[in-house]
Each structure stands twice: as C-alpha cells, then as structure tokens.
Design a protein around this ligand. Structure first.
Ligand code: HEC
Ligand code: HEC
Length: 374
C-alpha cells in the first residue's frame, strides 16, 4: 500500500512537471492563430515543436548484430507473408499486421488460431523498430526477440520452433535464401535466423514524409490552421510528457489512469500490464506508451481496442492522464493535428512464396480445438 502511494506521488510529480507549460497556453495558441492570419510568425510554435519532436528518418536505423542486406530483407518479407509458418496455414504476420491497413488488423483484440481472441489489441508494426521494447508490456527487448513469440503463441499462429524449422528446411528456395542471407552461419536455417530476417524486413517499414515531418523540417504550410492549434494544445496540455520523440510515444511505460481510472471497460483489472513482466508494484497498470504516428489509420484504440473514434481517445487521455476535460472543439483540434502524423506508407509488392514439398509438415487447422468447431 505504502509503495503504491509513493508511485502515485511520483506520477503526480511527473505530471505536475509535464503540465507546467499549460500556463503558456494562451501565448502558444496566440502564435498559432497569428500564423493563420498573417502567414509568418509561426516560428515560436515551430521552434518549440522542433525542440520536442524529431522528424522520422527516411532510412531505417542499423540493427545490433543483424546487418540489413537486400537478400535478408527479401527473405524476411516472404516469411512475413507466409501463412505456412502457422499450424493452420491460414495465418501470417500480415493477417494481424496488414500492411495495406497501417500495419494492424482493425480488431478490438486480435483473432488467431481457431478463431481464438487474444487479450490485447495489435499495435502497428510500422516504425516499430524505434520502440524502446516490443509489446504493450515491453516483454520482448527487440523485433528479433518479438518475432519468435507469435509463431508459437497458441492464440496466434500456434506452431513451434521445431515445426517451423522443419517447414523451412523442406522448402528448397528458403534453404537457398537463408544460405545467402546468413553466409556466416554453419546452420543458416534456424528459428533465430527466421526472426532476424523478419526483423530486417520490419526495420524497412518506416513512414517518413508526413505533413508533420515537413513542418518540423521548416515548411510552415504543411500544417493547416486547425492542425497548428491542435499541435499547440497537444504540447501545452502535457501530452508530450509521454508522447514525444521520433514516434510521439514508444519511449516509456506509463500508468493508464495516471490521474483518473478510465474504467473497467478500457482497463480491466486482470491485465496488469508492465507489472506482469517486472513484478514491481510501481508498474501496475503501466503500458508502453503507444506511438501516435499513423494513428488515424490504426483504430480501435488502447490495449483493449474499445475506442473507435480518435476524438474520443483524445478525450479519454485528457481525463485519465491529465485530469483535464477537453471541449469538443479542442478534441477536434488535437485530432486534426494527430491526422498530420500519417506518413508515406511503405509500398510492398506482395511476394510470390516458394513452393513446398511432400516433406513440408501439413496444415492442421483443428489442432487443439474442440470437435464442435469442425
Ligand atoms: C493473431 C494475430 C497476430 C499475429 C498472427 C501476429 N501478431 Fe504481432 N501482435 C499481435 C498482438 C495482439 C500484439 C500485442 C500483444 C501484446 O502486447 O501482448 C502484437 C505485437 C507485435 C509487435 C509489437 C509492436 C509494439 O509496438 O509493441 C510486433 C513488432 C509484432 N507483433 C510483429 C509480428 C510479427 C513479425 C508476426 C509474425 C511472425 C506477428 N506479429 C504475428 C497480433 C498478432
Ligand atoms: C502520463 C502519460 C500520458 C500522457 C500525459 C498522455 N498519454 Fe496518451 N497514452 C498513454 C498510455 C500509457 C497509453 C496506452 C493506454 C493503454 O491502452 O493501456 C496512451 C494511449 C494513447 C492513445 C491511443 C493509442 C493507440 O494506439 O491505441 C492516444 C490517441 C493518445 N494516447 C493520445 C494522447 C493525447 C492526445 C494526450 C494529451 C491529451 C495524451 N495521450 C497524454 C500515456 C499518456
């Protein structure tokens, strides 16, 4: 109990700090309006934004211990789209992280093997290479570790490392590609190298060039009047305490309901978030702060996926994280700003997948399911 109280104090202090800029709200709003009216004087707002955020680089970052090469990316792309990595041969990474849909599945919580519903909403894979760790609770350190999870998860692809390697080794074109992509490995076709190839492909899934990036790079006209007011409001009301940096998120774990509990529908008591990983009472109901890039494309929102409207999500955040009730106009302004975070989507040519052989383990869409489902 004591420790928990302390946690509340710490969060409140952090928020008090985060909220100080609110006192400058009128000047910032004023400058945003001046832009719209006069077409100059935008610099104070732009300057503040440049200090707070970073444009998304056009090129993917380097991966530790996993150099990105064209053949590895091509292999990773095939694996990403290959449903034969699942027990049923029906589910690929792209099923739940659809690259034509902003890298998500548009479900409240994902549906995997045998139509089983998982416990959480699928976050986007776009730009995920910049996250401090992967999953809502950060239980995977990086994309390479992450990619090994869904293949095995019984509610997702429901396969196993052994079965996956047997599948890959039974397909000659994959064996050849793994050999080229991992020339320094004695046994190139391994579960870990599958994950490395997928990681290399995912690292290329970045979305630079959004209107907000153009604005950060000095183009005043890239954001309209309402969007600039929304940007000022986003910074002044304290959203940036958690949603800053390159992705406007993805850099810390924060308690959902830092100020006010958002209610059992959005925050059911059985999912204690980061606490499940660390066992630290301070981490109870803390989740990785989601990235806001391409947020307009990735409804429904929050880890339970219960909110379909972005304006409503803004309202929830105001109350739960900042103790502030936004007016409908303010919610629309912030929403307009958030829409400027949609970048150029990666154009991915759907890969032709290598042909399997009689040795390839056969699909078993019914494994582990009751006969009534058949
Ligand atoms: C059945 C749907 C499903 C499939 C299939 C699936 N995922 Fe996911 N993915 C999810 C869900 C749900 C989460 C969030 C789970 C959590 O946080 O506990 C997630 C999380 C992730 C994340 C973390 C993103 C972040 O911001 O934390 C990445 C990256 C990812 N998946 C990549 C993949 C890859 C690569 C594959 C294929 C090997 C894959 N997923 C297959 C549903 C799926
Ligand atoms: C104290 C930290 C904190 C502050 C301040 C904060 N957020 Fe969040 N935000 C979070 C966390 C944590 C989540 C994930 C909650 C969950 O679903 O578990 C989140 C989720 C969101 C989402 C949903 C993202 C998704 O992919 O589902 C949006 C949109 C959002 N925040 C916008 C805002 C806006 C706008 C503000 C300012 C009004 C704001 N946030 C202030 C921490 C914060």
């Amino acid at each position: 109990m004591k420790i928990r109280d302390l946690a509340v104090v710490v969060v409140s202090l952090a928020l008090a700090w985060a909220c100080t800029p609110a006192e400058e709200a009128s000047t910032a709003d004023g400058s945003a309006q001046a832009v719209a009216a006069g077409g100059e004087a935008s610099s104070p707002l732009m300057e503040r934004a440049q200090a707070m955020f970073e444009p998304l680089p056009a090129e993917p970052p380097e991966l530790e211990g996993n150099p990105i090469t064209p053949v590895k990316v091509e292999l990773g792309k095939k694996l990403y789209f290959d449903p034969r990595l699942s027990q049923s041969w029906l589910i690929s990474c792209n099923t739940c992280h659809n690259l034509g849909l902003g890298g998500v599945d548009l479900m409240e919580t994902s549906i995997g093997h045998g139509w089983q519903a998982g416990p959480r909403n699928a976050p986007t894979v776009l730009n995920s290479v910049y996250n401090l760790a992967q999953f809502w609770d950060g239980r995977a350190a990086d994309l390479m570790e992450q990619a090994q999870g869904p293949v095995q998860a019984s509610v997702e692809m429901s396969s196993s490392p052994e079965r996956t390697v047997a599948t890959l080794k039974s397909i000659p074109e994959y064996v050849a590609m793994f050999g080229e992509a991992f020339p320094d490995y004695e046994d190139p076709v391994s579960f870990e190298n599958m994950a490395r190839a997928i990681e290399a492909f995912e690292a290329t899934l970045v979305t630079p060039g959004s209107p907000f990036d153009q604005y950060l790079l000095g183009d005043d006209a890239a954001l309209g009047e309402e969007q600039q007011i929304g940007l000022a409001l986003f910074m002044d009301s304290g959203c940036t305490a958690c949603h800053g940096g390159i992705l406007l998120g993805g850099t810390s774990y924060q308690r959902f309901g830092a100020v006010r509990n958002p209610g059992v529908e959005l925050l059911p008591p059985e999912d204690r978030g980061r606490f499940n990983v660390t066992g630290n009472p301070n981490d109870e109901f803390a989740f990785k702060v989601p990235v806001l890039r391409n947020i307009e494309l990735t409804a429904p929102y929050f880890h339970k996926g219960k909110v379909w409207s972005l304006e409503q999500a803004v309202g929830v955040m105001g109350e739960a994280q900042l103790g502030r009730e936004f007016t409908p106009v303010e919610r629309a302004e912030i929403r307009a700003f958030l829409a400027s975070l949609t970048g150029t989507q990666p154009v991915v040519e759907y890969p032709v997948l290598p042909v399997h052989t009689p040795d390839t383990p056969k699909p078993d869409p019914w494994l582990g399911l009751g006969t009534d489902l058949r």
